[in-house]
Design a protein around this ligand. Sequence first.
Ligand SMILES: CCCCCCCCCCCCCCCC(=O)SCCNC(=O)CCNC(=O)[C@H](O)C(C)(C)COP(=O)(O)OP(=O)(O)OC[C@H]1O[C@@H](n2cnc3c(N)ncnc32)[C@H](O)[C@@H]1OP(=O)(O)O
Length: 145
Amino acid sequence: MPTVLDTRIQNRFRVQPNHANNNATLHGGTLMKWLDEVGAMSAMRFAGETCVTARVNELDFERPIRIGDTALVEAYVYDSGRTSVHVALRAWREEPRSGETERTTASSFTFVAIDEDNTPVPVPELSAETEEGEQLRERALAADY
Ligand SMILES: CCCCCCCCCCCCCCCC(=O)SCCNC(=O)CCNC(=O)[C@H](O)C(C)(C)COP(=O)(O)OP(=O)(O)OC[C@H]1O[C@@H](n2cnc3c(N)ncnc32)[C@H](O)[C@@H]1OP(=O)(O)O
């Protein structure tokens, strides 16, 4: 039975001028793409199957990420259904020299595990196991991803 912490994946992206919007900050669509990529990795680690994005739940752009910052994206599975996988997503801007971070974004995406014919397939049960896993799960269920 996979645990919440087994599914926790972080990735960093260097925010370059070609990622900018007209405000010279990171384009929200680019960030959504990065959230989707890291979220899918987390869902697949949990399911042991290919997963596709079925739904982008609420997505809050709380703070901008500047060009030259590092975008730190974290995903973990906090709930599952028969074939669906619910992934909490958060992003931070990270100052590359100091490592200082500020949370910028919170969301959750729903993925569905599928077979080679694109038919939904069952996923395992999720275990919190540790206190940290339980805290992450509770935070996401309370919608503070
Ligand atoms: C470069 C800069 C440019 C920027 C520009 C912006 C970029 C911004 C990027 C954003 C990122 C977007 C995301 C892209 C990432 C891909 O490109 S992935 C490809 C896009 N996704 C797809 O093509 C999936 C299309 N959908 C499907 O194939 C089918 O609906 C699915 C998901 C396989 C489900 O099949 P189904 O026949 O509906 O299955 P069904 O048995 O009814 O339901 C199965 C389960 O799915 C759940 N489910 C089905 N539909 C949904 C739904 N809509 N919501 C929630 N759950 C659902 C059901 O509740 C059920 O759950 P369980 O009870 O089993 O746990």
